[in-house]
Design a protein around this ligand. Structure first.
Ligand code: SAH
Ligand code: SF4
Length: 333
């Protein structure tokens, strides 16, 4: 509702400093309701209450483990979306959703198993981080990083995602540095190009998961439209233009893409490039029949990359205890 309320202030000739106050109340104080806006007159609060809902999402549930907290929201039209807060050292990372389910149909992904519903609005994306910030404020902490790795494919909702990035980055709003924001995509090439030309300094992660077209297309239908060679080419361009490493995410699935041959193929694909590979053990869920590999397989895979000077890390699928890990949010009613 943020933009509409701002407009209302302007239409009613309220002084400019009221808008600044309003922004502070939302983006610094994280107020819950118009009634909490005690810097405003009672009359103004009443007017706002009558005309607007302050937020379009309502927080309906949080589920906490040691270092992850899953937030479940209800949209105004009654759908449910999820975000995850990950606590890691000093980092407080908000993993946000960009769509209600996803149309890309990747075979291993719980989000993709349900029929795509709709894009989230910019406001709905921003509000996920607002609610998480509000939660952290109680402990005198703030969101330090945002990753677009929740439900949905961010580059299929390009305009709203970019709108939200600008708000996260805005000094007067969340003030989260562009380098602390990561957009993860299954590889929508034209949008990667458009994004790169915005020069936002935001980081890019690519869901790769296979190093040859045949395997990748069988796991990720998007590869039929945007095959590997073209994808890697545009990522190289991204690195050249922004001076930033691209992260490649590689979910290791037992017996599917986790063999030594697969690792060597990945080496061939990425050799000599300024990249980082994030290895993630497949997180089993009810919508697919895959299994996660043994620890030794993961270590072996990583060693092959390291021996060939490809920087990599093994990412714990954060939040797997609460089935709230990034990329596996399927929503529940
Ligand atoms: N649509 C975007 C962002 C959301 S998915 C994308 O695909 O990049 C975030 C990450 O979680 C992606 O790398 C995705 O491939 C991964 N993922 C999906 N399902 C998973 C599973 N079952 N186990 C582990 N990672 C998974
Ligand atoms: Fe969509 Fe990403 Fe899941 Fe693929 S991995 S179905 S692009 S959310």
């Amino acid at each position: 509702m943020y933009d509409k309320i701002k407009q209302y202030f302007q239409d009613n000739n309220l002084p400019k400093f009221r808008i600044k106050q309003f922004e502070d109340l939302i983006f610094k104080q994280f107020v819950s309701s118009f009634d909490d806006m005690t810097t405003f007159s009672k009359d103004l609060r009443e007017q706002l209450n009558e005309n607007f809902n302050l937020y379009s999402l309502s927080l309906i549930e949080t589920e906490k483990t040691k270092d992850t907290i899953k937030f479940m929201f209800e949209t105004e039209d009654g759908d449910h979306i999820e975000s995850v807060l990950m606590i890691n050292g000093k980092r407080r990372t908000a993993c946000v959703s960009s769509q209600i389910f996803c149309a890309m149909g990747c075979k291993f992904c719980a989000t993709g198993a349900k029929p795509f519903k709709r894009n989230l609005t910019g406001e709905e994306i921003v509000e996920q981080v607002l609610f998480i910030s509000k939660y952290l404020k109680k402990m005198d902490e703030r969101v330090s990083n945002v990753v677009y790795m929740g439900m949905g494919e961010p580059f299929m909702n390009y305009d709203n995602v970019v709108e939200s990035i600008k708000i996260f980055n805005d000094r007067d709003k969340f003030d989260i540095g562009a380098r602390h924001i990561v957009v993860s995509t299954c590889g929508i090439i034209p949008k990667i190009k458009e994004f790169m030309n915005l020069n936002l300094q935001v980081r890019l992660a690519i869901s790769l998961h296979a190093a040859n077209d045949e395997l990748r297309s069988s796991l990720m239908p998007v590869n039929n439209q945007y095959p590997l060679k073209d994808l890697i080419e545009v990522c190289d361009e991204f690195t050249k233009k922004t001076n930033k490493k691209v992260s490649y995410e590689y979910v290791l699935i037992k017996g599917v893409n986790d063999s030594e041959k697969d690792a060597k193929e990945l080496v061939q694909l990425l050799e000599g490039k300024l990249v980082h590979v994030n290895l993630i053990a497949y997180n089993p869920h009810e919508f697919a029949d895959f299994e996660k590999p043994a620890k030794s397989t993961i270590i072996n895979f990583k060693n092959i990359l390291e021996n060939n000077k490809i920087e990599s890390s093994v990412r714990r699928s954060m939040g797997d205890e609460i089935s709230g890990a990034c990329g596996q949010l399927a929503g529940k009613k």
